[in-house]
Design a protein around this ligand. Structure first.
Ligand code: FE2
Length: 384
């Protein structure tokens, strides 16, 4: 097809689309019968599909959430003020600052299906025990001396560790030390809320009893392999959570180092897996860690489903939908569904991520597409 023919075909396509839109448009003035029909439909709480098809069934996902970044430099001082001003007895028992994506009309969600937050626990503080149907993960940023007790198993927490608190598991957080701990909270709360399946129950006491020594699940699985898979899990999820509740940074670091050495790649990823099944750690959430060598980057990829990234170490930038987002340690950013994203490191970077891919895979609607060319940067994000 010549350039002229292609142009003519495109023009004809556009004209036909305009005609289709015209036919679907609600009644204009001067068509009283049609106007009356639309008015009567509205009064009867009915909606004609032909006026809303495009919104309901777009050719590809149009998430309401927007690509966004929350800098540590903004979040940390605010969290420290909260520790000072909102002690446990003033509602600070869960001192959580949730990420609010500006595309979601004020709802406290990082993306349409994902809750993300920074949580901090001051010296000698504890967050009382409770349980809920939304599942959660904790990824530790800074601090020591804290443990999270999950159904009686006290899981010691250190920087870079991933701790699971699966759906309906009792959990409380205790700071037995003298430093403040900061961690990232990731939850499937918006998904479970969309299903109208949120249940919550406080524990009768401040803390649940701890069964035996700390880190029971870690000891039980010490010699069991299979807590990581290169890149990501591709099979459908199992509707169970990992019985291993702790994934230590030392093991994650070693696995990324091994993977980079054996593949010769400058950008490597692992997904944390249930050692019993090889599937994602929670039925609703995939957790990953991505290492990019200094001066290197990834090709753009777009995925159905949302993701939130936490910069654990390093410095660099990501491009989302043509917009450049510069990041450093402690920053968090949201990648809404089907937004092309590529990452680049100026200093070796380790990015932790959560995503809802297990749910999409279970429903048979997961898709991803790797683009062959880097994105063209059209703007740079400035946090407001
Ligand atoms: Fe909780």
């Amino acid at each position: 097809m010549t350039v002229d023919n292609r142009h003519a075909a495109q023009q004809q396509q556009q004209e036909e689309e305009e005609e289709r839109k015209e036919r679907r448009r609600p009644a204009e003035h001067g068509e009283p019968e049609l106007e009356a029909l639309y008015a009567d439909l509205a009064a009867a709480r009915l909606q004609p599909l032909w006026t809303i098809t495009e919104d309901l069934l777009p050719p590809e996902p149009r998430p309401a959430a927007v690509p966004w970044l929350w800098p540590a430099a903004t979040m940390r001082p605010l969290a420290e003020r909260a520790i000072r001003l909102v002690p446990v007895e003033r509602g600070g028992e869960r001192r959580v600052l949730s990420l609010v994506n500006p595309g979601l009309g004020g709802r406290p969600y990082a993306a349409g299906t994902l809750w993300g937050a920074i949580q901090c626990l001051g010296p000698r503080e504890s967050a009382p025990a409770h349980r809920h149907t939304p599942g959660a993960i904790r990824f530790v940023l800074d601090g020591e001396g804290v443990w999270t007790t999950v159904d009686g198993d006290a899981c010691d927490m250190g920087p870079g560790d991933l701790i699971l608190t699966p759906a309906w598991a009792w959990h409380d957080h205790v700071n037995g030390g003298d430093s403040t701990m900061f961690w990232f909270d990731g939850l499937d709360l918006p998904m479970i809320q969309a299903l109208d399946a949120v249940f919550f129950e406080p524990y009768p006491d401040q803390r649940q009893p701890v069964r035996g020594e700390h880190n029971t699940s870690e000891r039980a699985y010490r010699t069991t392999p299979g807590r990581f898979t290169p890149d990501q899990v591709t099979e459908a999820t199992e509707p169970i959570s990992s019985p291993l509740l702790i994934y230590r940074w030392a093991d994650t670091d070693a696995e990324l180092t091994r993977l980079a050495a054996t593949t010769g790649q400058h950008a490597v990823s692992v997904e944390f897996t249930n050692p019993e099944t090889g599937t994602s750690v929670l039925p609703t959430l995939a957790c990953g860690m991505h290492r990019i060598a200094a001066g290197h980057g990834t090709l753009p990829v777009r995925r159905a489903g949302n993701m939130v990234y936490v910069v654990f170490r390093g410095e660099g930038h990501s491009v989302m939908g043509g917009q450049r987002f510069d990041w450093r340690a402690g920053d968090m950013f949201a990648v809404p569904s089907w937004t092309p994203v590529d990452h680049h490191a100026t200093a070796q970077a380790d990015l932790f991520s959560i995503g809802d891919a297990p749910v999409l895979r279970a429903l048979g609607v997961y898709r991803e597409q790797v683009l062959s060319e880097p994105q063209i940067i059209t703007s740079t994000f400035r946090p407001s």
